[in-house]
Design a protein around this ligand. Structure first.
Ligand code: FUL
Length: 466
């Protein structure tokens, strides 16, 4: 079988398989009650007296969130590490008598709990006087980025925000994105970069935590070239605007004619567990419910995307107990849903299969093996039969994406006690993982019909839950 290009890099593939990750917004806003500081905040206000990053890491772990991203600097310009390039940092705060380094504590705590780490460094800096003086500020930003990329061990994600404005000199800052990205590539080659364009993983287009049902991991790199780029939407016609919207939410299918460029740029769904990104005690009763978080999981991870869930620490420096309970509740609920895979090791019959990729590969519990039909087949079907009737409510499908994302349309049927086949799901893309939930049907066999695929489908898993 030939790969269908583009395909993920090893770090993109490993990142996609993380499924759920955590965001931590902490800074001067935690003490002013604002969402966006204006850069005039005094470092004197920053004092998370009971700060314990191990508690954050344990909260993330209990929620099954496998990587943590910290806002090392938000738009207000206040740095959570003692940067050598500005005095607007924790070194000027009363926290740890000015001797602390929150980025250090964060990475150490997460690694000690067996979790990966990433950092957010806001390009928009409302404090730094050189902001708006483009080349000088780009140097300043690259100096800070270099500190973060070299002083804190291996990072797995670097989060870029496209927000951009004028500096105090009245001039709009022009970011040197190519330089920012090449610094990451050079200094942290394993890290994925997040942003709405030009990065190795893409924003999903909303901050409400869900992906489109139709979701390709591939995009056309000309549509949004760098974070904040309005790209072809500037063309000001309806098709361009539609393409821009779909680029974020749906991606673009690989182009097998080779005429249009495509890159692998899977979607990430960032969302906060509360209305704000920073902690506000007035929102303690607005923490998302377990049911809501489970729904977000199905609409992000279950739609070929990654869920980045924000757990903002309190002014004491702890994740609030309501947030801990909610995220832990989400994981317990997911563990219950996915407790027992009826398909594992069951009988599977395919209408066709390549000699070295038999149908049984979709139920062997191994994400590195796959089934593929006869060469060139773009429609195919599988039938799975297990031992007894169970009320099936969820099906999980996974493509072998290291060969490229291929499947464009499928249907799932379950056979009920009277022998009738009932169509429980009609879907489009699958990718890394697709989850379908429906009203339970008592069944002991399932039929998956792949109706359209850009090349022979390569499916690594079908999992069935009752
Ligand atoms: C946005 C920022 O403006 C918000 O404050 C927050 O950091 C969010 C994750 O990204 O663009």
């Amino acid at each position: 079988m030939q790969p269908l290009f583009p395909v993920p890099s090893p770090s993109q593939l490993a990142w996609q398989r993380l499924e759920t990750t955590a965001f931590f917004h902490l800074g001067v806003n935690t003490f002013t009650g604002r969402e966006w500081g204006d850069g005039t905040e005094s470092p004197e206000i920053f004092n998370p007296t009971h700060l314990d990053c191990r508690q954050w890491a344990r909260a993330a772990k209990a929620g099954g969130l496998r990587l943590g991203i910290l806002t090392a600097k938000h738009h207000d310009g206040f740095c959570l590490w003692p940067s050598r390039f500005t005095d607007h940092t924790v070194a000027a705060s009363p926290w740890r008598q000015g001797g602390g380094d929150l980025v250090r504590e964060f990475v150490d705590a997460f690694r000690a709990e067996g979790l990966l780490v990433g950092l957010y460094l806001s390009p928009w800096d409302r404090h730094e006087p050189t902001y708006g003086d483009s080349p000088r500020y780009n140097d300043f930003y690259c100096n800070q980025l270099t500190e973060l990329l070299t002083q804190y061990g291996p990072l797995h994600e670097v989060w870029f925000d496209g927000a951009c404005a004028e500096g105090t000199n009245g001039r709009k800052q022009e970011y040197d994105w190519a330089r920012f990205f090449s610094l990451v590539k050079e200094l942290q080659p394993e890290a994925v970069t997040f942003g709405d364009g030009g990065t190795t993983v893409r924003w999903v287009g909303n901050e409400r935590g869900f992906a489109n049902d139709l979701c390709w991991a591939t995009t056309d790199p000309r549509i949004v070239r760098f974070p904040g780029d309005s790209g072809i939407s500037q063309a000001n016609d309806a098709t361009a605007t539609e393409r821009l919207k779909s680029h974020f939410g749906s991606g673009e299918p690989p182009d097998s004619t080779g005429k249009e460029p495509r890159i692998w740029q899977p979607a990430e769904c960032d969302v906060s567990i509360r209305p704000g990104w920073f902690y506000h005690s007035s929102e303690d009763d607005q923490v998302r419910s377990v049911e809501d978080l489970v729904d977000l999981y199905f609409k992000s991870v279950g739609r070929n995307s990654l869920l980045l869930l924000n757990l903002p620490p309190t002014p004491e420096g702890l994740v609030h107990e309501a947030d801990v309970a909610a995220v832990q509740g989400m994981r317990k609920a997911l563990d219950r849903i996915f407790r027992h895979d009826l398909a594992l090791g069951c009988e599977v019959i395919a209408d066709s299969a390549a000699a070295d990729h038999p149908a049984s590969r979709v139920v062997d519990g191994d994400l590195d093996t796959f089934w593929t039909p006869a060469s060139g087949a773009t429609r195919a079907s599988l039938e799975l039969r297990w031992s007894a009737f169970h009320p099936v409510h969820t099906v999980s499908l996974r493509e072998s994406i290291s060969w490229g994302q291929r499947i464009a349309e499928y249907e799932i049927d379950l056979q009920d006690r009277s022998g009738h086949w009932i169509t429980v799901s009609r879907g489009t893309t699958i990718g890394c993982r697709k989850l379908d939930r429906f009203d339970p049907v008592e069944a002991s066999s399932l039929r998956l019909r792949i109706l359209s695929s850009l090349a022979e489908p390569a499916l690594t898993a079908v999992e069935i839950f009752a």
